[in-house]
Design a protein around this ligand. Structure first.
Ligand SMILES: Cc1cc2nc3c(=O)[nH]c(=O)nc-3n(C[C@H](O)[C@H](O)[C@H](O)COP(=O)(O)OP(=O)(O)OC[C@H]3O[C@@H](n4cnc5c(N)ncnc54)[C@H](O)[C@@H]3O)c2cc1C
Length: 448
């Protein structure tokens, strides 16, 4: 029995069914989850539209006549809806083809093997299961000083797309979600102010990587309020004011809050089932299993890396473990090897050991960095910004980590992710015959 139909729940459901389990999936809203409906997919769809606009604005540099381009907000809205519907349809079809029973409703555990369901059609029922998987995800954190109205003061849940295109947007929070919003709305032509609580955007990332993004934002005219912590928001007569702890006040037409998330654990029956949790996140072991033997957790609710890719991998691993495959080819999920990307301009992606963390641990590493300006393909693409950085073991050459800043970084990082998972060396990368001309050649150069 799986509660929650996001990437964690649906991947677990299809794998468990393939392995022979009778699977029931309970979803209260839409199969595909917040990932498909509210977070990853609509955000990336809007960023892709902004990217297309940016390319067209540079048309003359590519040998084309000047083109005038403007956003068609209604067409964008339809496009996002269409993508979401297609994804929902394909995930639902996959689940049904594997024999998964889908129940539309809200699931609440009443004990370690029982779930009460409030069906969306008003009925209710009580179901029993040998194994329960909780995959209910998370939602935006809203502090009590933020009067969210969904019109002018927004969270990420109101922004894909927002009710209207913000003329002057204030983004609060400079983590991954915040900087993606800055990039997205700037590319649509909004004036953007970013409130950064520390002295670096993307405070958890390599400072060199963050610096490239900061420069790009400044170059595009984004106003950065560094070292400022938002502490109140007022909205009247179409003007939104965000006051910060250092006395500065940002003014705009809209404000968007991107300051993290909280788990969807209320009403789930964690205490009734005897499950240990902290701040609503369920504590799990290396098999994504809670303290109750037959109850597992996939996705954001587990408090691990809040990524769709991590949620679905946890789901797959849970299916294998619950179906008794852990003695064979099953490998534990190694969160340190998860690749992640930030879909800004330029794109940013990283995987494995970060240079700063290695220094902090006093670990010996070798770091090589090659800029995309050496690449013929980058010149052809009319975009030579960014670099590839590879972190390796100086004694063995084994690839330990890497960061990529530049066009298609989110795709290129997969090469390094595979190298890290398979314990390949920099020599293996050098010996790989990459396509020419291709941006991936820069990976070979950095490895060399
Ligand atoms: C703005 C934004 C952009 C993002 N972009 C990316 C990205 O580019 N790449 C990436 O890898 N990650 C991205 N993420 C993170 C990603 O969206 C999450 O990590 C992912 O959605 C987690 O999946 P999940 O399965 O845990 O839950 P969710 O996708 O949140 O799904 C949980 C589901 O459970 C349902 N549910 C909840 N409670 C109950 C209940 N009691 N009964 C029945 N159903 C219930 C909900 O309706 C929901 O459908 C982004 C997040 C945000 C906020």
């Amino acid at each position: 029995m799986i509660i929650g139909g996001g990437p964690g729940g649906t991947t677990c459901a299809t794998h468990a069914a393939r392995l022979g389990a009778h699977v029931t999936l309970i979803e209260k809203d839409i199969v595909g989850g917040a990932a498909h409906l509210l977070d990853c997919i609509p955000s990336k769809a809007m960023i892709a539209t902004g990217g297309a606009m940016a390319l067209m604005k540079h048309a003359q540099e590519m040998g084309l006549a000047k083109v005038e381009v403007s956003l068609d907000f209604d067409a964008l809205r339809e496009r996002i809806l269409e993508i979401e519907q297609k994804l929902e349809h394909s995930v639902t079809s996959l689940l049904l083809s594997q024999g998964v029973r889908i129940i539309e409703g809200m699931g609440t555990m009443t004990g370690p093997n029982s779930v009460a369901v409030s069906h969306n059609d008003g009925k209710s029922s009580e179901l029993e299961a040998d194994v329960i998987v909780l995959a209910t995800g998370s939602r935006p954190r809203i502090p009590d000083w933020a009067p969210i109205d969904g019109q002018r003061v927004l969270t990420t849940r109101h922004a894909y797309p927002p009710p209207e295109l913000p003329e002057r947007l204030i983004v609060i929070g400079s983590g991954v979600t915040g900087v993606e919003f800055v990039h997205m709305f700037k590319s649509f032509g909004s004036e953007v102010t970013l409130i950064v609580s520390r002295q670096q955007v993307l405070p958890d990332k390599d400072p060199e990587v963050a610096a490239v993004l900061e420069q790009s934002f400044l170059h595009q005219g984004v106003k950065l309020l560094m070292g400022a912590r938002a502490e109140s928001i007022t909205s009247s007569d179409g003007v939104v004011r965000v006051s910060c702890d250092d006395g500065r006040v940002a003014e705009g037409s809209h404000a968007l809050l991107a300051i993290g998330s909280v788990p969807n654990s209320e009403g789930l029956g964690l205490d009734e089932a005897g499950i240990e949790h902290e701040w609503g996140y369920v504590k799990v072991d290396h098999n994504s299993r809670s303290n109750v033997e037959n109850i597992y957790v996939a996705g954001d609710l587990s408090g691990k890396l809040p990524l769709s890719s991590v949620a679905s991998t946890q789901g797959r691993k849970i299916a294998e473990h619950a179906m008794g495959l852990h003695a064979g080819r099953h490998r534990h999920l190694d969160y340190d090897k998860a690749a992640s990307a930030i879909f800004t301009d330029p794109e940013i992606a990283d995987v494995g050991l970060a240079e700063a963390d290695a220094f902090a641990e006093g670990r010996k590493i070798r770091v090589t960095k090659v800029p995309f300006s050496v690449s013929a393909k980058a010149l052809i693409n009319n975009d030579s910004r960014g670099f590839v950085k590879i972190v390796s073991d100086p004694a063995t050459g084994v690839v330990l980590g890497g960061s990529i800043v530049g066009r298609h970084a989110a795709e290129l990082i997969s090469v390094l992710a595979l190298a890290i998972t398979a314990s390949l060396t920099v020599t293996d990368l050098v010996e790989s015959l990459f396509v020419h001309p291709a941006l991936a050649e820069v990976l070979g150069e950095a490895a060399e």
